[in-house]
Design a protein around this ligand. Structure first.
Ligand SMILES: NC(=O)c1ccc[n+]([C@@H]2O[C@H](COP(=O)([O-])OP(=O)(O)OC[C@H]3O[C@@H](n4cnc5c(N)ncnc54)[C@H](O)[C@@H]3O)[C@@H](O)[C@H]2O)c1
Length: 364
């Protein structure tokens, strides 16, 4: 007979857009006993207290770290610079952790987090939510079950709207590779396992976002160890009328077939006198629609809770997330120095801290 696991006590640090979805999902999960929330924004704290009926609702995230009854934490805070110190504190305190991307700003920090989790036998995973997108899961299966034959090439083009791009731009001048293409690098490598990347060439294109010190678009060409070529384009300057939306096109070409995946979200159009044309259900994390959820983040959150409660493996191995990080750091070096970068990265190529460099804000 199937065993019902003991309920787990869970904390969410940062309950904005993503953390809000994770908190509401955890509150509804039968696997969760007691829920705790840390959120610095007072108004949001009040909203989340009502939405989740959490036992603790605090402005101090360290309250959740020192609580010995909390087994698992989800860290969904911004700015991205707080991901590493919060995850380190949580893992040091013996908590299982789901951490939003980027997992850290430097490879050293990423290695440290992985080592702590490994040495303590803790679940540690990174929020690459698109692995839980059903269309993308089908692409993964079509590659892995041999439907397409041997993989030859992959193309992924993703654009998010200018308003969301501007929100991300307030948190630091990170490149589209670090903040957007990261999802697609992770996804392509996941589909192509056990191959690994050996070389990267990247270019940035500057336009409407130059004033904020970031390029509009970044292209990456990544070569895998068996010659499969992965081509990823990531942009965050498409104008309004696609508010908060992700517009994605994916191609997998194999020796025996091809898969073309349209995630441009033009299948629902709402047109009102007041707001003009809108495309609902077009965000990357997805959204609740009354009694159902459309998109990947609810399922990703449930998967993490199941991994902790049933002691199952997590979907995103942090070592895979570290490979993705190495590739986007290499892409930024390539784009800024206009040269091909070989992998693994020679540590002398990175800043002394081994960190993602903030962009200089200039055209080539
Ligand atoms: N997987 C995806 O599809 C996806 C989509 C968007 C964002 N993200 C990632 O998720 C993270 C969160 O993004 P978001 O859009 O939800 O951001 P957000 O700004 O909407 O939410 C962040 C929240 O953290 C709170 N916060 C900040 N500092 C805090 C602290 N010290 N203690 C407690 N709360 C604190 C803020 O008040 C805010 O409510 C980002 O790092 C981003 O890279 C992932």
């Amino acid at each position: 007979m199937k065993q019902i696991p003991d309920p787990i006590n869970v904390g969410i640090i940062g309950t904005g857009w993503c953390g809000g979805i994770r908190a509401v999902t955890a509150a509804a999960s039968p696997l969760v006993g007691v829920l705790h929330i840390a959120e610095t924004n007072e108004e949001r704290r009040s909203e989340m207290a009502i939405a989740t009926d959490a036992e603790t609702v605090t402005g101090n995230w360290e309250d959740l770290i020192v609580d010995p009854d909390i087994q698992a934490l989800m860290i969904s805070t911004t700015p991205e610079s707080v991901h590493y110190p919060m995850a380190k504190a949580a893992l040091d305190a013996g908590k299982h952790v789901l951490l939003e991307k980027p997992m850290a700003l430097s490879l050293e920090e990423a290695d440290e987090l992985i080592d702590i989790a490994d040495s303590k036998g803790l679940k540690f995973t990174i929020g690459y939510s698109q692995r839980f997108n059903s269309k993308q899961a089908l692409a993964k299966r079509s590659v892995n079950d041999g439907t397409l034959g041997d993989p030859v090439s992959v193309l992924i083009s993703r654009h998010i709207g200018r308003s969301l791009g501007a929100k991300i731009g307030t948190r630091g001048k990170f490149s589209p590779a670090v903040m957007e293409a990261t999802h697609d690098i992770d996804f392509a490598f996941w589909c192509l396992e056990p191959r690994h990347p050996v070389r990267v060439y990247s270019q940035m294109a500057w336009g409407a976002r130059s004033d904020q010190g970031v390029p509009d678009t970044q292209f990456l060409i990544i070569t895998m160890n068996d010659g499969v070529v992965v081509n990823i384009g990531a942009g965050w300057s498409v104008p309004l009328h696609y508010p908060n939306a992700a517009n994605t096109w994916i191609e997998f070409i194999g020796t025996d077939g091809a898969l073309m995946l349209d995630a441009s979200h033009r299948d629902i159009v709402v047109n009102t006198v007041d707001k003009g044309i809108q495309f609902p259900l077009s965000t990357m994390p997805g959204e609740f629609v009354d009694h159902v959820y459309a998109g990947p983040m609810e399922r990703e959150t449930q998967h993490f809770l199941e991994a902790v409660a049933y002691d199952r493996p997590v979907m995103v191995d942090p070592k895979a997330a570290r490979v993705t990080m190495e590739v986007y750091l290499a892409a930024d070096i390539s784009a800024q120095e206009h040269r091909v970068v070989e992998l693994p990265l020679d540590r002398t190529e990175l800043s002394p801290a081994g960190a993602a460099s903030e962009l200089s804000g200039s055209r080539a």
